[in-house]
Write a protein that binds this ligand. Structure first.
Ligand SMILES: [Zn+2]
Length: 336
């Protein structure tokens, strides 16, 4: 179970949490590198090998991929090894892959099979991305039904409730409604970054609104943002009230740590980087790029945690990366 050992509130809605998850520990804000068959540019096996051998302490994989890759002993062994090494494992529901692959045969029974087969620190609840307009009452009922079924199944591990909305407004209303009747679903919740709005200013407002709803009735709730790996977005959404993030950006682009911008894998040598990943020997250059990114995220999240503990403002955190014009724009996103 998740226990908050220490909490320090920083500027705006930012907060530093020191958590105990069973016998493991986690400090937030945090970033889970995710691997998905729907997005990886490298073979799944070399992506997971790079992550697990790098000893990055967190990993997100999906039930869908574990179901499809069940016979690939090497991949399954890496997932188990990661969990057993006392690192944190987050197994997502599989809805993202079902949605992108347009697979109509992904269902609760398959999800159940993976939940019952694997040990994990976190399992996402079984969820459905809305594709056709539903009556809002039906969305609430369906979300509660699927979450209840997931919580019943995931008794010995931790279940993260996933919320989907066809608009940011519906997403917030859904969270507010479910919170009023089912507070037990609110240890840790998750929303997709893309459903929080089209532009960063919309996403900030949505995350602020969600944190505002949680502050009223469930202030300890940990808020995870699915599919958010842009370093600038991570900073802004942390100050808006999010605690945790994941994305597969780390296995698709390289991050230029001087600018916090993504660049093509092929341009790694142009970054002129001196990190351990870039200087590792006998590796595929793309594996070096992934290691470079993992080192970046680990240092970056640690630096963000320190900024919150030291009560630094967004301007102080971002000052070296964005110019004065953008800093005043960002200030307006938070003040309007
Ligand atoms: Zn590097």
């Amino acid at each position: 179970m998740i226990k908050i050992i220490n909490q320090i509130n920083g500027s705006q809605n930012s907060r530093y949490l020191n958590l105990e998850i069973g016998t493991k520990k986690l400090a937030t804000p945090t970033y889970f590198p995710s691997i998905s068959s729907a997005s990886t540019r490298m073979p799944y096996s070399s992506t997971i090998r790079t992550l697990v051998t790098s000893e990055y302490p967190q990993l997100l994989v999906s039930c869908y991929d574990l179901y499809e890759l069940e016979k690939d002993k090497e991949i399954i062994q890496y997932v188990k090894e990661h969990f057993e090494k006392k690192n944190l494992l987050f197994i997502d529901s599989g809805e993202f892959e079902r949605y992108w692959f347009k697979k109509s045969d992904w269902n609760f029974e398959k999800y159940k099979k993976i939940v019952e087969t694997f040990n994990s620190d976190f399992f996402a609840s079984y969820d459905i991305i809305p594709t056709t307009p539903n009556k809002f009452e039906d969305v609430i009922t369906l979300t509660i039904q699927k979450t209840e079924a997931s919580f019943d199944l995931i008794k010995n591990n931790y279940c993260i409730t996933i919320f989907h909305g066809s608009s940011p407004r519906e997403l917030c209303e859904l969270i507010e409604n479910v919170l009023s009747s089912n507070k037990e679903f609110f240890g840790m919740i998750s929303v997709a970054e893309r459903e929080c709005g089209k532009m960063i200013e919309d996403k900030i407002k949505t995350v602020q609104k969600i944190r505002g709803i949680l502050k009223q009735k469930s202030p300890d709730t940990i808020l995870h943002i699915l599919g958010c790996g842009n370093p600038l977005s991570i900073v802004l959404l942390t100050f808006a009230g999010a605690d945790s993030f994941d994305s597969f950006d780390w296995n698709r682009w390289i991050i230029d740590k001087k600018t916090m911008q993504f660049n093509d894998f092929a341009n790694l040598s142009l970054l002129d980087c001196t990190c351990k990943g870039c200087h590792s020997k006998n590796r595929d250059p793309r594996e070096k790029a992934m290691l470079h990114n993992l080192i970046f995220y680990q240092n970056f999240m640690y630096r963000l945690q320190r900024s919150i503990i030291d009560n630094e403002s967004i301007s102080t955190v971002l000052g070296e990366f964005v110019g004065p014009k953008n800093l005043s724009k960002i200030a307006s996103f938070f003040n309007s």
